[in-house]
Design a protein around this ligand. Sequence first.
Ligand SMILES: *[C@@H]1O[C@H](CO)[C@@H](O)[C@H](O)[C@H]1NC(C)=O
Ligand SMILES: *[C@@H]1O[C@H](CO)[C@@H](O)[C@H](O)[C@H]1NC(C)=O
Length: 273
Amino acid sequence: MATLATAATLLTVLSTLLLLLRAGTCAADDYSAFVYAGCSQGHYDASSPYASAVDSVLTSVANSAPYAPYANFTAPSDASMVGLYQCRSDLPSSICSGCVRSAISRLSTLCAWSAGGGVQLRACFVRYGNDSFLGKQDTAVLFKKCGGTPGDAGGVAMRDSALGALVAAAAPEGGGYRAGGSGGVQAMSQCVGDLGAKACSDCVSAAAAQLKAGCGYATAGEVYLGKCYARFWANGGGGFSSSSAGRHGFGLVHHAFATGFLASLAYVVSLAV
Ligand SMILES: *[C@@H]1O[C@H](CO)[C@@H](O)[C@H](O)[C@H]1NC(C)=O
Ligand SMILES: *[C@@H]1O[C@H](CO)[C@@H](O)[C@H](O)[C@H]1NC(C)=O
């Protein structure tokens, strides 16, 4: 039984890894490029009421994406089933809806029949589940990477200042997107819309601390926490390519996840190093 479960996990991991590797070759401005996904360990039956509850919230998510960068939905038949999406709120709604459609399609492949699941693409995040995640802070590190050509102490000071500007910035009304810059370094962050302004600042602050502590002299970095993410990059280059990922600093995350949501993610990410 344990062996079967391990084999099944491994298969999921391998197919996810293939997707991840393919996604790694996409251009940086490919808004639907894959970042990470995670699925909870519990599964449901295809013809169960739970299956219709999942369908219901994901359908609402897809239908809402052209109209707002964030929304949450509860299944009418099951108050514990919640689905939400968050697009990068500085992008046009057409990009948001395309990204969310693509995220839902990836979820149905990567997290087929999983009680809960989440996927982050470049421009959007979609999550569903019955594990009461709505409105809760979550600063667990899910994915991080540093890259670019190695910089110097001056670059590090600009990075720290650009990240500091994100933490200090007031998020635009209902947006959750923040941008900051210092000298030649730009930074951005995005919170999931179920966090209030204070919780969003706390999350961005935790993300900035991860980047400062882990990216050394790298001239680009990004970290995805449970409810927000932050990135920085040097102007005029210093972005990621799949070959530069992980060359500097901490590379991809080796985070021991607890159980439940995103349990399979840890394997996907560590295999990809
Ligand atoms: C969520 O749903 C799954 C699948 O039906 C079930 O096994 C699990 O106990 C539920 N979790 C909660 C917190 O209700
Ligand atoms: C969830 O959605 C409802 C209905 O749009 C909204 O009133 C509520 O504020 C949202 N809750 C959170 C935590 O985002």
